[in-house]
Design a protein around this ligand. Sequence first.
Ligand code: ADE
Ligand code: ZN
Length: 343
Amino acid sequence: MPDLESFIRGLPKAELHLHIEGSLEPELMFELARRNGIELPFADVEAVRAAYAFSNLQDFLDIYYQGAQVLVTERDFHDLAMAYFRRVAADGAVHAEIFFDPQTHTERGVAFATVADGLLAGMAEAKATLGVTSKLILCFLRHLSEDDAQETLRQAEPYLDRIAGVGLDSSELGHPPAKFAKVFAAARAQGLKLVAHAGEEGPPEYVHEALDILAVDRIDHGNRALEDAGLVKRLVAQGMTLTVCPLSNLKLCVVDELPDHPLKRMLRLGLKATINSDDPAYFGGYLAENWISTTHALGLTRDELVTLARNSFTGSFLTPGEIAVHLTEIDNYVADVEAGRPR
Ligand code: ADE
Ligand code: ZN
């Protein structure tokens, strides 16, 4: 039997909650700043990393939006995406559904097409060279207005055949899902899938709103749903996927320590939780590191790890046929491990 770390790395899995701008490593940040003639307010890579001490979501967002300013050309977005796919492929991921924040770029004068073309080119290269499939999810920044979000959806129109869905991110408190009811209805009418960050810092009511008013297909984070027993029952009954991000929760002080993380409790309650990295360049770990740290902190069992891997596919926006193939790959992997067959 391999140790749990090797078992995790080899387990076929998907990542469903990843902000591509949050995978910008300080080394690439410096390279892009040099390439684009942009001055960074940091002396070197170590100074950037030293600034990554956050006490809440807003603390992080301020530095995350600043970092994203080095992304200017289509090639920058392509390079950013490929750097992420190389890391996640090494972690045993075979599929990723990645968020991007177009407003962070369009408000600086970078065209929507520049961002989308670069990311889509990176996604195509990842499939061809690494065998990792992916989908793109456009996130609206919730600290901006619904009119701004509507304008962003309008800019996305030529790309809607290559965008799987829309999401809602940025500062949660004070910006409830209900603020985006109309733009989410418009996205749904265009055939897009819908997700929203809810219950990361915001109250359980925001999770209710994401379900009732936005009619989301997935909840991103969802930690604070646990404060409302009726809501938990509802999420379990609906089989709603929660894209949980343990190291993010630790770094943004959503939990004090990893052993306090509610992931195991979520699984025991029957919630369809998944493990994801959120913004790995800022939170100290890519996908496998999230799985491994959480497994050690919470004592996750092999059966729980297999459940998490299965949830990452059944909660994805892949077709039922594609999902079935991945679930069979998990079964084959587990059978090989149990039989001691080398892979
Ligand atoms: N944007 C990038 N990461 C985020 C997070 N964890 N919550 C909200 N918005 C984000
Ligand atoms: Zn997120």
